[in-house]
Design a protein around this ligand. Structure first.
Ligand code: ASP
Length: 327
């Protein structure tokens, strides 16, 4: 299924005013930039993408259009951008799923290392473990006991194989030795709607999406997936504190362009990314929902490339151990 939601962010500066008059490699941008998001509109990746699009539009002097290309845990979007024209006008914002896809999918339409130019890392987003209203478990320990008792009658929602919610759910099940029934969605926005409606029981999701529902008392919050407690949820236990040793899922994000995008265009995109990540309005807005903009040395091609490579190795080993694959 392809969901297309478009946001056009008009920039205060007219494109024509900043474009060079002669055609050259530096003549970028010459039209609106499309930022492809691999998950459904209204979810965490979409939220971060739209916030980034707004700041990038101002930094680039053109509109940035957000396009949601969902499916197969984010890998549909990866294939779309890998095959797009390499002129800097089509970009991909993807998360940790870029590093798990090679381990999870036997037939992957792209190589995350070879088929992209790596522009820079963007931000880290923690996850929370939440449950539907009325779930009998009230604490993380009770949730673990409930999942161990219910086994496959417990429904665990996620955003498709390779999504952060699926990885988090996979680690949770592994750590507690209980296999629930997993229910995939096109993103965690529709998954959360199902959880709020009581159609699924439990899920992991980024704080960007869950904090408003937690504060509104609409979902039950059990724990955070980070090694340390979170500033916006200071009284909530980490899964480590709840007894799951070494548990950690932090959703990191990177910005990508198709392989072969000219170097001056990549430099302009990286400059715009770094400028956006210094935008105080963006940083404040993200901070309130637990998002941490990455350190400046990671907002670089090497910062993304090196992290992606080490994450591909780390998750490849964990995935082989779990024996989870898609054909
Ligand atoms: N939170 C989702 C995930 O589990 C992605 C999304 O819908 O943004 O990866």
């Amino acid at each position: 299924m392809k969901i297309k939601a478009i946001l056009t962010v008009m920039c205060a500066v007219a494109t024509a005013a900043v474009m060079p008059t002669t055609a050259s490699a530096q003549a970028f941008p010459t039209k609106p930039v499309t930022l492809v998001i691999p998950f459904a509109a209204g979810g965490p990746t979409d939220l971060l993408g739209r916030a980034l699009a707004q700041s990038m539009a101002a930094a680039l002097g053109t509109s940035v259009i957000v396009e949601n290309r969902t499916g197969a845990g984010g890998t549909v979007a990866g294939g779309v951008v890998a095959r797009a024209q390499a002129d800097g006008h089509t970009l991909l914002l993807h998360h940790i799923g870029m590093s798990t896809a090679p381990g999870l999918y036997r037939k992957l339409a792209f190589d995350p290392m070879k088929d992209f130019e790596h522009i820079g890392q963007v931000a880290d987003v923690p996850m929370t473990v939440i449950g539907r209203p009325g779930l009998p478990a009230k604490t993380p320990q009770e949730l673990i006991a409930w999942m161990q008792k219910e086994k496959q009658t417990a429904n665990l929602a996620h955003a498709g194989l390779g999504a952060a919610s699926q990885l988090c759910g996979m680690l949770l099940q592994q750590s507690i030795g209980a296999q629930s029934t997993t229910v995939p969605f096109q993103g965690t926005a529709p998954a959360l709607t199902a959880l709020l409606g009581g159609q699924v029981d439990v899920m992991c999701d980024q704080t960007t999406q869950t904090i408003p529902h937690i504060k509104g008392g609409k979902v039950q919050l059990y724990a955070v997936t980070t090694p340390e407690r979170l500033k916006p949820l200071p009284d909530t236990l980490t899964l480590r504190e709840a007894g799951l040793k070494n548990f950690e899922v932090v959703v990191w994000h990177g910005l990508y362009a198709p392989k072969g995008t000219p170097a001056p265009v990549l430099a302009a995109l990286n400059t715009a990314l770094r400028k956006s990540l210094k935008d105080p309005a963006l940083v404040k807005r993200l901070d309130e929902v637990g998002v941490q903009v990455v350190a400046e040395n990671l907002q670089t091609p090497d910062g993304l490339r090196n992290h992606l490579k080490s994450e591909i190795d780390r998750w490849g080993a964990l995935i082989r151990q779990a024996g989870t694959y898609a054909d």
